[in-house]
Design a protein around this ligand. Sequence first.
Ligand SMILES: [Fe+2]
Length: 281
Amino acid sequence: MDFTKRVMSAYAKIDDPRLRSIIAALIKHLHAFVNEIRPTDQEFEFAWDYMARMAAKTGAERNEFLLMADVIGVSQMVESINHDEPGKPVGFALVGPFLRANDPFRDRGAADVSDDTPGARVRITGKVYDFHTKVPIEGAILDTWQAASNGLYENQDENQPDYNLRGKYRSDRNGTFDLVALMPTAYPVPTDGPVGELLRAAKRPPDRPAHIHFIVSAPGYETLVTQIFVKGDKQIEEDVVFTADEKMIGDFKREGDRFSLVYDFPLRRGVSTIPKAPIPA
Ligand SMILES: [Fe+2]
């Protein structure tokens, strides 16, 4: 019997049919990969040591495996497989490593940014509505998070107050919301681990174009995980995690020392699920 088939048959008695097919595909494709690259003994040692070093960089505040999935395009691919639909007006984006659990609800019109955080403010208003019927959705929850103007999320930066630049808002009976955030800033993903080694080897800049994250959810609707990028930003095409695209561009308008943005979130009927936050409360 062919060696790969022999290994696959050794896992053929897994009871759960989904797990059985996943393991079979894993063995089939991993064996084909190894056959193609024909690693030396030293390269194989490098591979498992590399993964051990990824594990060493992984903990409550950071997940190097999720970051790897992001920079090799797998996370965005999973989003596309699960949510893409022709004619869909808003892009689904990967959650990324910086969503933190239990961020606070904030009042309509309130800022999620502390007064002493440097940078221009942006007032974001818009509507949450049913994609097919156009009916406004009342009581949708908009969960937002972003990096400060130094490129750091609050969990990475001891100078920011707890839950700075994070917050949840609710849409009103007309589906509208109103919040004040910070003009988004570009930032590099962490490069002090094995993922950074890969990016340097590939001569890829580690930067994400400026963006604000949103998860918009309502009972009976498919949860929209997305990001808003800045119209005209040259970095959009080089997003290190392959997420930014033209479906997620915000037209930020300058108004004196502030900005404003009108941005709507259409939701499709479906199952409301909330992604697991990589950063605990
Ligand atoms: Fe981000």
